[in-house]
Design a protein around this ligand. Structure first.
Ligand SMILES: Nc1ncnc2c1ncn2[C@@H]1O[C@H](COP(=O)(O)OP(=O)(O)OP(=O)(O)O)[C@@H](O)[C@H]1O
Length: 458
């Protein structure tokens, strides 16, 4: 990870190796960082890829009185420089709690939709080294499990379809502002950035104190190290998943008993956490200590336990994981680009009416053909929780397994990474995706990148 030595240097080659062949969406709020991003990117493309499409997008969240006018300022700024620009408005319901998270989710959704509508595969944001240091310091204060200390990833796959890249993660805000001042360009100051009712502005104020630079340098060094460790752990977890896990019938994952006794216990715990979250359809990885305790019990005994909505059934013949048969979704018409039970992505291919998606249920599961390799009770328990697509009394598809085109596609997802897949976790996410039958993740947007490891060193 780039950690600039001084405040005033901008790293060279910010956009080196990025694949602009489908163009780029630049997410521009009008603040200093994203304004600098836009200008540096425009310079870069003018120099190296003048035919590449550049689309600047500003999201108007409608949360502050001046937001629409600010978005128009960005539009004017872009028009003066011949940059295509779009304003997208967040028009959905605004929740009373968790507003910042909802605004962020809406923002990425709008940015990805804009990119997709133009067949652009790359979104760039203006997050800086200062944002990174603040993120890491906030996570340290929360006693994070260590994974989060890697901070923001240099690239994140959104919704398993569009890469969001943060090329300024190695650049300091002061250097970007100096560059803007040098070109006589102003920016919008968001009042919430200095509103000390919020955690980040409070922290930012303390980083302006004399020891602030030292704390920033330490936080960035820590993030770099944590990123390397997370990537390495992910690699080892992927190796274990490939070696020890298989899918017996839809919805049922089997781990060899040797998995629990493997020497690389840390990687086994990490692999187990990702598998439990995926099988149970839970967006967050289950608690590390609870998974460690479960793994150690799995070493010795036969057992049945439930964690992360996943039933764990360890027998002599293997350790089996399937979605527990509680709190499954009620039968409902499928809605496009929604997750079913947080385990399947629904895409409507045809606007047919009268369709319902529902758990298969125990009665139909009893009639499903059995596999010799798996105990019948487990096979039926897993199948009962799988999605069934029905039209009246006819079952059109089951578990998304029909080869011929269906009016609705029901694709498995790797739940904890289905919305945001940080590049650090690409290897274990890919391994679990292969296991559950998810489509492969879109290749990272880096020229000559082998899709393997090495992000943290980029
Ligand atoms: N309203 C928005 N419209 C488009 N992109 C946005 C918007 N808000 C944030 N972003 C993107 O996310 C990045 C990080 O957001 P953050 O809220 O930290 O920045 P900001 O204070 O709004 O502005 P800046 O990063 O430009 O100084 C921005 O650099 C920008 O790329």
């Amino acid at each position: 990870m780039l950690t600039p030595d001084t405040k005033s240097d901008l790293p060279d080659c910010l956009f080196r190796d990025l694949d602009f062949s489908t163009g780029a969406v630049a997410a521009v709020s009008g603040g200093s960082d994203s304004t600098a991003l836009l200008l540096l990117l425009k310079d870069h493309l003018d120099r190296t890829a003048s035919a590449a499409r550049l689309l600047a997008v500003t999201v108007d969240h409608g949360l502050r009185p001046g937001s629409a006018a600010e978005a128009r300022l960005v539009a004017n700024f872009c028009a003066e420089r011949g940059i295509e620009h779009r304003i997208l408005t967040w028009s959905g319901d605004k929740p009373l709690t968790g507003l910042a998270a909802a605004a962020r989710a809406a923002r990425y959704n709008l940015l990805a939709a804009a990119a997709e509508a133009e067949s652009i595969k790359l979104i760039l944001t203006g997050h800086t080294a200062d944002d990174q240091a603040e993120t890491v310091l906030m996570r340290l204060a929360r006693d994070d499990d260590g994974r989060g200390l890697a901070g923001m990833a240099p690239a994140t796959l959104y919704d398993w379809r569009t890469w969001i890249v943060r090329p300024l993660l190695g650049a300091r805000r002061a250097a970007l502002r100096e560059m803007l001042r040098g070109r006589d360009i102003g920016w919008i100051e968001d009042p919430t950035n200095v509103d000390t009712r919020f955690e980040r502005p409070r922290l930012r104020a303390t980083l302006a104190l004399p020891d602030g630079e030292q704390r920033i340098a330490e936080a960035l060094a820590r993030a770099g190290q944590a990123a390397l460790e997370r990537e390495d752990l992910g690699h080892r977890a992927a190796v274990l998943i490939e070696a020890f896990a298989s899918r017996s019938v839809p919805g049922l994952i089997r781990l060899d008993r040797d998995f629990a006794a493997h020497d690389d216990g840390k990687a086994a715990i990490y692999a187990l956490r990702i598998l439990l979250a995926t099988v149970g359809g839970v967006s967050f990885l289950p608690d590390e200590a609870r998974c460690a305790a479960l793994l150690s019990r799995l070493r010795s005994a036969s057992l049945r336990a439930t964690l992360s909505r996943t039933a764990v059934d360890a027998r002599r013949t293997g350790i089996f994981l399937h979605r527990e048969n509680r709190n499954l979704p009620a039968p409902a018409p499928p809605a496009t680009n929604e997750f079913w039970d947080n385990r399947r992505r629904i895409t409507l291919n045809d606007r047919l009416g009268g369709l319902v998606i529902a758990p298969l249920g125990p009665a139909a599961a009893r009639q499903a053909p059995l596999s010799d390799a798996v105990p019948a009770s487990l096979s039926r328990a897993a199948l009962a929780a799988e999605p069934s697509l029905e039209s009246g009394v006819e079952r059109l598809d089951f578990a998304g397994g029909k080869a011929d085109p269906q009016p609705v596609s029901i694709a498995p997802v790797v739940t904890p990474f289905a919305r945001f897949l940080p590049c650090f976790d690409l290897e274990p996410a890919t391994a679990v995706g292969v296991l559950v039958g998810a489509p492969p993740p879109v290749a990272p947007p880096f020229l000559g990148h082998d899709g393997g490891r090495g992000w943290a060193k980029a």
